[in-house]
Design a protein around this ligand. Structure first.
Ligand code: HEM
Length: 198
């Protein structure tokens, strides 16, 4: 195992993501795809649509849930580390995967931050499903809503492009290389005795 990397299951030979990491990964993937689809659809709604106010309300509420999931995931990632790279992967593959993972986290952060800046530019907070409100900081710089809005859109497209690359890479490892890349990002009933180690 390389320095700075821990085994998530505290068993040295159990080289897979643990169930908490797997759950956070796939839950966030579903939420991100849902938010992208909702955002893409809602920007074309007219004032006369019954979804005109409801769709942005859902988009913002779920966006705050995504931000909370992201913070939890980053905490968990720093606490638990990640499994060592698969032995058959070249140094270039490992570097590329690390760079893509880093960019995925960075884009997610940028998207939730710009979403917050759009929603709070008018001074109002964000009401999350009427459960609680995230306070707004108001307009922090001039043209905030427009600038953050443009960045939010392009980061969202960028994220989708990066996710496509990421998913194709994972599928290629599974189907062509037939290695454990995808399997170790799936739930394991018995983590203690997992033999997914490449
Ligand atoms: C919005 C969608 C997605 C996002 C934001 C995302 C993000 C990430 C991130 C940040 C990691 C790195 C985990 C870490 O070590 O901290 C990761 C790992 C992984 N993801 Fe995704 N992912 C998405 C969708 C997918 C899809 C659709 C697939 C498969 C078809 C996939 C397969 C994997 C696999 C196999 C790993 C583990 C890679 C390894 O062991 O090095 N992901 N994902």
């Amino acid at each position: 195992m390389q320095s700075g990397q821990q085994d998530l299951t505290s068993k040295p030979n159990d080289n897979r993501y643990n169930n908490t990491s797997v759950s956070l990964h796939w839950l966030m993937a579903v939420v991100v795809f849902g938010l992208f689809a909702l955002g893409f659809w809602m920007v074309d709604l007219t004032y006369y649509s019954s979804w005109y106010k409801t769709a942005p309300y859902w988009h913002k509420s779920v966006g705050i849930i995504l931000a909370m999931l992201l913070i939890s995931r980053l905490f968990w990632r720093f606490k638990a580390g990640k499994p060592a790279p698969i032995a058959s992967h070249s140094a270039t593959t490992i570097k590329m995967a690390t760079a893509v993972h880093f960019l995925l986290y960075l884009m997610l952060l940028a998207i939730v931050l710009t979403g917050y800046l759009i929603s709070t530019a008018d001074g109002r907070g964000i009401d999350v499903f009427s459960w609680f409100e995230v306070p707004g900081l108001g307009e922090l710089f001039s043209g905030q809503a427009d600038i953050a809005g443009a960045l939010h859109k392009w980061f969202a497209y960028g994220l989708m492009g990066l996710v496509a690359l990421h998913a194709l890479g994972a599928i290629k490892h599974h189907v062509i290389d037939k290695d454990a890349t995808l399997k170790r990002m799936w739930w394991s009933k018995n983590q203690e005795n997992s033999k997914e180690n490449p």
